[in-house]
Design a protein. Sequence first.
Length: 456
Amino acid sequence: FECMYVVCNGQVEQQMRPFSLYSAIAFVVCWTLFVLLMCYLISSRDTSLTNEEAISKIEAKIDNFDARNIRVLEQIRDELKVIENVVLDTNGAVRHGDQPRAVGTERPLLPARVQHPAPVIPVLVMACNRPSYTQRALDSLLKHRPSPRLFPVYVSQDCGHQPTADVISKYGSQITHMKQPNQSGFGLTGKKKAQEGYYKISRHYRWALGQVFSHNYSSVIVTEDDIEVAPDFFSYFSSLWPLLASDSSLLCVSAWNDNGKESRIDIKGNDLLYRSDFFPGLGWMMTRDLWSELLPKWPDSFWDDWMREPDQRKGRACIRPEVSRTSTFGEQGVSHGQFFKDHLRYIVMNKDPVDFEKLDLSYLQEDQYQKVFVEHVLSLPVLTTEEVFSNKRTELKEVQVHYLSGKDFTAVAKQLKIMSDLKAGMPRTAYKGIVSFIFNGRRVHLTKYPQWTGYL
């Protein structure tokens, strides 16, 4: 199949050898099969049979031969369809939009996009000493994993906890079990002694990521032993991998929406994706290049907050969904359930799968997103916090609300019941200072006034 695709001026041109070549090849193959079939039938004839009996037997062999070859041809056809879909998707248009839509509106159709060969993306599961949690997390991953070859699962275990190791070992060849060898303490004293768990977690992440990337993977999806995944978790990450690999303005892809409570999202807009300056974690993908950049300065503790600092982020954003593709059940752990009872357990995970492979995701590129999202938001009518809270001006289905400072944002966020804390000066889910969510059935964007000039 000598087929070549050339991308020129944004248009995909398909160049193929003349069809007559394939016709000639097909003729030769069919003729060869026919000759082999005749030789086989003649050589296997039983001379004790009458002509009529011999003919009946030959006809039966022909039927069996045809059935076997039909199955072979069907397998070849299926393989060709896979190859065709990997090389190029040329069918029609897809459903996705010019801008994040207000509730109840439809996206216009966009042209289909070039399909990239499916990469092998390992999934790294961080585990320690919670055997029932680990089993629940692995059951979820393996239930929805479409291909063991494309998504090998590595479970990295810290703590040396034998009951957890026993649970992991039950999965056999479905996963690869890695054990963090360094179980020494840190010699911490005073207030830092109470934070030793965070030091161990950071050390474990450094070791586990190093182990996975030693296999020369180009990227990795990172989850933990208290995370379940949505049915379209793998489609989500594999579809966004080309964008992450090619867009230097991106830091990661995350499956998590920090403000993903049912009352704060458009549950029907489960194909909506956003750029976010805030590193969300809780099921995320990074590249090998980013790991090479971070490894020499990896922190001793609190690695996730460290990822949000300007020196690591360097102005780069993450992709995050409207509706989360992960759910956490980790009430017990080093953080002692921080935010879990009041917030994390209410985050909704997507149940209705989206085939992201069929969506045009180019609107998430930095230059396009500035136009279709940022400029759109800043052009919206402005309401006060009180007007939104009291459900005034209901004819306006999408609005912006101004905040003046980080302190002001915290007050507004608390009133509208979204996450109000700041990390490195950033609100959760923010992009260029914009935080988007649903309140009383309308799309609300909190925006920095008079203009966003950066965080901190």
